[in-house]
Each structure stands twice: as C-alpha cells, then as structure tokens.
Design a protein around this ligand. Sequence first.
Ligand code: SME
Length: 160
Amino acid sequence: MAEDLKIIQGSKAEQYRSLLPQLQGLLAGETDFVANMANTCAALKEQFGWLWVGFYLVKENELVLGPFQGPVACTRIQKARGVCGACWQQEKTIVVADVLAFPGHIACSSLSRSEIVIPLWQAGRVMGVLDVDSEKIADFDDTDRQYLEEIVRHVLATQD
Ligand code: SME
C-alpha cells in the first residue's frame, strides 16, 4: 500500500494518537523488519518534524546503523557509548533534555539538542534501539516514552 499520512496539529498526545492507527495500517500485513523500520522512521519524521529518527541494531556486539530519516549519522556505536550505547547497556529508555550535558554524548549532528532512545526487546534481550533527535532542547518527555515504546513493540511484533 502507498498512501499519504494524515499529518495533524495538536498536543503531542493527539499527534501520537492520530499517527498510531495510521502506522498500524502501514505496517499491517508486512513482515519485513527493515521495511517496517524504514516506514516507521518516515512516519515519525513526517508527523513530528524531528531532526533525526532511526534505528541501530546490535550486530557482533556493536550497534550498527539501520533505517533512518535525517542527516547522515555515525555507523557504529560501542556498548555504553553515547546515549544509544547507554540505552543498550542499561536496557531502558533514556531521555536526555540537553545533549550537551550528557557525558559521552555522540554528536552525529551539531544541531541536535535533545534526544530519546528506546530499547528494542526480542527474546529477552535488547537487539537494537530507536533513536530520536530534536533541534529543540527538552523536546522529549514521558508522553514520547510511552508512545515510542508502544510503537517499537508494534514494529517488533510485525517481524516474521
Ligand atoms: N547521539 C547518539 C548517536 C546517534 S546520532 O544521534 C544519530 C548517541 O549519543 O548515542
């Protein structure tokens, strides 16, 4: 299927509530993980206009860049390095209000000011992360955590 997303204005929660069923429709019946990660990045970037939205996947004990939308990014991240590596190591979502104040933050783009990274769980292990960067300081909160965690669970559930 190929359809335009309906992009809405409104509160953050309203934007997620509008996007979720559309994303579920977009992913319905498609079991290819790369395709579904790619469309998820595109849908999130289109609705929210963030600087960067993308996946990193664990491969041979590193995070390796996967599907994304936004400026070119670093390809490999070691465990515990940067916000992504910290998310992988700590196995929990990390919200960074000011990336300049996060020790070890990896600046793929100097425009990034705040960030949220969500772990992808599969068979009891973190197999990757979803990373979102914003040009605005303190752009992410518990609403983003809640909906983005739901979105990654849905993307993972579509895998064959
Ligand atoms: N800032 C991330 C690196 C990935 S880029 O932002 C796309 C980090 O500190 O892990």
